[in-house]
Design a protein. Sequence first.
Length: 881
Amino acid sequence: METAASVADGQKTEKRGEFAADGQNTEKGVLSAVGGQKSGENGESTAGGQKSGKKAAKKRPADLFALRERLLMKRYPLKGEEEPAGNGKGSQENIRQENGQKAAAYGNVRLGKTGQEDASGTQGRKKMVIGLPRVLDFWDTMPFWTTFFRTLGFEVKISDASTRAMYESGLSAIPSDTVCFPAKLVHGHLRNLVKHGVDRIFFPSISIKESENREKTSESMCAVVKGYPLVIQNSDKGWLPDSVILDTPMFFWPTRKDKQRQLEIYMKDTFGIGERETKEAMEQGERAMEAFRRELKEAARRVLDEVKEEGGFAVILASRPYQNDSLVNHRLPQMFTSQGIPVLTADSVPGAEEVKLDGSRLDIVNNYHARMLSTAVLAAESPYLEYVQIGSFGCGHDAYLSDEIVRLMREISGKTPLFLKLDESDIQGPLRIRVRSFLETLRMRRREEHALEAKKLRDPYPVKFTQKDKKERVVLVPNTSHAFSRIMSAAMAGQGLRAVPLEIGRDDAIACGKRYVHNDICFPAQIVIGEAISALKSGAYDPNHTAIAMGKYIGDCRLTHYSELLRKALDDAGFPQVPILTNDDKDDKDLHPGFKMNLVSALRIAFSLPMIDALEELLRKIRPYETVPGSADAAFERGMTALETGLREHGVAGAKKGFSQAIREFQEVSYDRSQLKPRVLIVGEYLLNFHPGANGEIEWYLEKNGFEIIEARMTDVIRKTYFSRKTQVMEYRLHRSAGEKLWLSAADRFFDLAHDMTDKIASAHPLYEPPCRMPDLVKESDSVIYHTFDTGEGVLIPAEILHHAKKGCRAFVILQPFGCLPNHIVGRGIVKKLKERYPDAQILSLDYDPDVSFANVENRLQMLIMNAKQKEAFPQAGGSS
């Protein structure tokens, strides 16, 4: 009989995957998870490291990670059912799955592609086995989904607990070797489900979830968590037998009503199940989730009461839900409990959802992050709690989260958390040393300190950009592309700012970014912050009369937190007096009360973006063929100056006039396109695309090696946010305010008007080709990634590649920052599918970070260059595309 300890240790048994953590929830196991009594040796440690008397019973310290896993995987009673014996807080007997073993009724059912025929009717559903992989978000929602499907009459099979062998079974299918370990495990779990004979695997892509805390913006999901079902569809589906269907529906659930409506539609379309049945199943699933959370929090309360009574402490082992997996956390909880320290999970801590996080520098956009930040605050305030954060190698969010957790805890009470970064490597020895060292430090500190004094958090951004600063400070604008930064500066000048676009940062900026920005933060953050710090250090600007402008976006990309990263970098570099302003018109953190980007400025930027795209397109079409070297670049600079000056001085009308002049400048450039060169499309993370200092002048390098460059368009990058949110609202009928719906539609319409103006003026040049606009462009990607998916560059990378492949381009370079989470999904995650569509295409993914040598990039590019020159079917002489 399997013990609770073996469940927690991730050992494989015959019945892995059944409910209630494989059916073995003994009374002894549950008590050990929450600090149950056990007779022990004299003088052993009890909860919180306190010594018991010689004849006192030894209490095994509570391990809420083990309890949490059992509560997640157990079978919750359906409406009208009695709680099965041993399934509650009391005795925990072996629980079998409701439908038991696959009976004769199951037989040899084989589903068609839709599953409709066999799925219709309750009897058909009882024949069907739905497989749920024990991965990613299921570690937070498994009680809901198991109860939901059981209510509808399906049999449910959970994949077995993670093992090394399971991980290795899917290793060859992982498309990105730098993605986090929890994501890599997905491939093995899906194979495990197929081995167990499931009929369908349910693995949804959930982009938005309702906030569970006080922050309304806390609704985004991690790019990898929400996007990995798409990676499986695009890169790891060929091995599935025809008899198994992989369901990866895309959901957006900002409210409960949205969740209910979308589930009703999905179940109707997929299984022919009516709305009333789905609604009832959803309600029962929610009751199961409530029971799970209630039992977990009650267990945590008992632990806290115990450590308070004994004068000890518990450790909050803060992690994302999927780090509850024993293979992922390397049995870290047991390393604490073996030292007499009880362990709590972040979601078990009572009151965490009510913690106000306005004292954090971070915008709260993710429920998992909110749990970690909230419990860090509670641990800092309590004499009975200490804090350890689990991170994953390859997790782009951990860098800023860990820095902010350290800042919060030190400011509140001077406590220092422990941060442990884990991956698939076996590191039991070093981990034990870190844990023991941390605990010894804690015990020394706790012996020496008196009563804990918790202080109130100060304003996270005490230096503000005020109305007065408009006149007194120069505003430095770092680069995305230099053209875009010039347009931004000109638009901001219309609101009275003395905005100055910085020169393109190169080695000095990269060195500054590397020095003052966490080395696990993405390269784009390092380069733009490095440009700002480098400019201040140059002596060209007085820090007392300078501010920095920074882009802002609220979502799952790290761009959301550039302001926090910049504030820390400025403070560390010796410029605490320099304020920050952003394009965020809400400014919830009150960084810049003296400036809010208004609608006029936003419109000026929107109308100028297609213009700079048009000028850059003409530059790339002419420069490889110019008869006078340097003439195309010179014309571009004159044209950009005319456009920038016109926008700065006369708004959209001035930009229109300046753009007309810019087109005339290009009409004067002589070129010869009688012998066309092979073309290469550069796509990827947008700053790397457009910033020559960051990408190592890749455009120049490829041109010198005989290519004509095609680039993604900045207009689409900016428009994507409005377009994707608008289509989500329209196609999923999301509950959003009337004002937000109106703004999203209007903003998207403005871009069409801007395109109309640009096309009319630019058509005077014979090489200008009106671009494929976003509503049509994104349709190209629907067979790969549906156009409502919005992480990172969203669908732009596959859409651009497919669009230009149709036009004959066969060389593609995807630029991505090392560790960029969205690009695991929309970059490397799509390459296999695209190559299946165009087998003769070359698609090269290049990772960049501050330490990358261009020699390494060059080596990889040379193979593409040689192959492209041989393979590309050259267009007819004189062609313009």
